[in-house]
Design a protein around this ligand. Structure first.
Ligand code: UPG
Length: 474
């Protein structure tokens, strides 16, 4: 017999439209599954080349629209942001995203969803929703904290007049004293870049105001001051329903290529002592790390003398220190390709996480109660780092100082030496100094659990959102 909850929400049908990049598709996939578990009909709309990212989840429908590579002047097969060279192909990619509007609306006309949940980059989706008289909710996939920072950077432009890239300046108006340097800012916030991209930033900002509301992959207790600030300062309706990946931590299967299968990886972890493994992964940006940098990380991992899992996306092994894999046999695991990150982070043998501060990775690490070593690379990751190290104090900076995406030239960024990496790893994994941080990080595991169970902040916000959408559709 169906549960009463399932019956009561059965009439709601949501179309989810994710941006075509793994860090955006994963949380939307989790969100679609979460809504489906509450009896909502969930359909993800994507392009044929990205269907694989949603496969294996029978509770959601996946509908496709053709990706207009040719019309947008993109090479065939370039259907995902990870296949782009930044930033030269980006304007064409966004042109292709704009061209998706017409086929998307054809699908809406055929399938009659009564709500849209779209990535913030689809600024045209408000117009589509208006055409069909249904609400359009936005999703950016990032924290309240970073959205508040971005909002105030665009509003006050506090970096103007700061002469050097390394000089710190205050981001005004925030609940905490947050300082940044120009080298940590995205070109979008600095407004340095091709006009087409700056216009896009304006369009996204404008579209945000026209959304029915915004869904946030976070939970209230993690960033209460910023959730409140977001609501009051930006005046946008919002619901926090995260951490989305936590709902599916044990059966996350993205079907991506890897040098190890999930069960072998878990078996390897089962043989290790509690909290003895340091996990190192740079998300979908691992492939942007230069061989010389991976080499320094490997030296630090060996010197630490703890167990480790190091995830790399390199095609060759130029970076591997001579004889490393023989020396660390049994103690260290190098995963080439895609790691089952969610399962790894939630294994009791893992004691710390060195991360690039992508918001999904941070939510996964925080909800697993892990202390963090932060190594942001680009996007809003430097802002996320400040939340972890300055506000929550559950992580320590490795010392990355520059956005690696600068004019597409990653060579600009200095290599961080193994001694700096080792210092952060020791602090987090074994050092007496890191004891309080480890304790604080553990408390977030329980806070997350409480937010997600009946009566908790995320659980209640999800219910409130579903009720709101149902009443919209009455
Ligand atoms: O080997 C891997 C590598 C990654 N992941 C998963 O892939 C996702 C990666 O997401 P995230 O950590 O957010 O990294 P990015 O893909 O870099 O995320 C993009 O999207 C995020 C959410 O909008 C932003 O916070 C980032 O700055 C932006 O780079 C996470 O769920 C990971 O668990 C794996 O499962 N295995």
């Amino acid at each position: 017999m169906a549960s009463p909850q399932v019956e009561s929400h059965a009439q709601l049908h949501i179309f989810f439209l994710p941006y075509l990049a793994v860090g955006k598709m994963i949380p939307i996939m989790h969100m679609a599954r979460l809504f489906a578990s509450r009896g909502v009909k969930s359909s993800v709309v994507t392009t044929p080349g990205n269907v694989g990212s949603f496969a294996g989840n029978p509770e959601i429908d996946v509908l496709t629209i053709k990706f207009p590579s040719e019309e947008a002047g993109l090479p065939q097969g370039c259907e995902n942001a990870e296949t782009l060279t930044f930033p030269d192909m980006l304007p064409n990619f966004f042109k292709a995203l704009d061209l998706l509007q017409h086929p998307f609306e054809n699908l809406v006309q055929t399938h009659h969803p009564n709500c849209l949940v779209v990535d913030e980059l689809f600024s045209w989706a408000n117009a589509s929703a208006n055409k069909f008289r249904i609400p359009c909710l936005g999703f950016s996939g990032i924290s309240y904290f970073s959205q508040c920072i971005i909002h105030n950077l665009l509003r006050y432009q506090p970096f103007k007049g700061v002469s050097s890239d390394s000089e710190t300046f205050l981001v005004p108006g925030l609940p905490d004293e947050i300082r940044l340097t120009k080298s940590e800012l995205s070109p979008f916030e600095k407004r340095e870049g091709p006009k087409a991209l700056m216009d896009l930033v304006d369009k996204i900002d404008e579209a945000k105001k026209g959304r029915y509301g915004i869904i946030i992959n976070s939970f209230y207790e993690l960033e209460p001051a910023y959730a409140d600030y977001f609501g009051k300062e930006m005046g946008i309706k919002h619901w926090h329903i995260g951490p989305l990946s936590r709902y599916f931590a044990s059966d996350d299967n993205t079907g991506r290529e890897s040098s190890i299968d999930v069960s072998s990886c878990i078996k390897w972890l089962d043989e290790k002592q509690p909290e003895s493994v340091v996990y190192v992964c740079f998300g979908s940006f691992s492939k942007k790390m230069r061989a010389a940098q991976l080499h320094e990380i490997a030296i630090a991992l060996e010197a630490l003398g703890q167990n480790f899992i190091f995830v790399v996306k390199e095609d060759n092994d130029d970076w591997v220190p001579h004889g490393l894999e023989e020396r660390v046999h049994g103690q260290g695991l190098i995963i080439r390709g895609w790691a089952p990150q969610n399962q790894i982070l939630n294994h009791s043998s893992v004691g710390g996480f060195l991360t690039h501060c992508g918001w999904n990775s941070l939510m996964e690490g925080v909800s697993a109660g892990l202390p963090l070593m932060t190594w942001p690379l680009l996007a809003e990751q430097f802002y996320n780092e400040k939340l972890i190290t300055h506000v929550l104090k559950i992580g320590i900076e490795v010392g990355a100082k520059n956005w690696i995406g600068k004019e597409g030239d990653y060579k600009d960024v200095a290599i961080i030496g193994s001694q700096h990496i080792l210092k952060a790893m020791k602090f987090v994994m074994v050092g007496e100094q890191g004891r309080d941080m480890r304790k604080r990080a553990k408390e977030f595991k329980e806070l997350t659990r409480k937010a997600m169970v009946e009566g908790g902040s995320s659980y209640s916000d999800l219910n409130a959102l579903i009720d709101d959408l149902k009443s919209y559709n009455v």
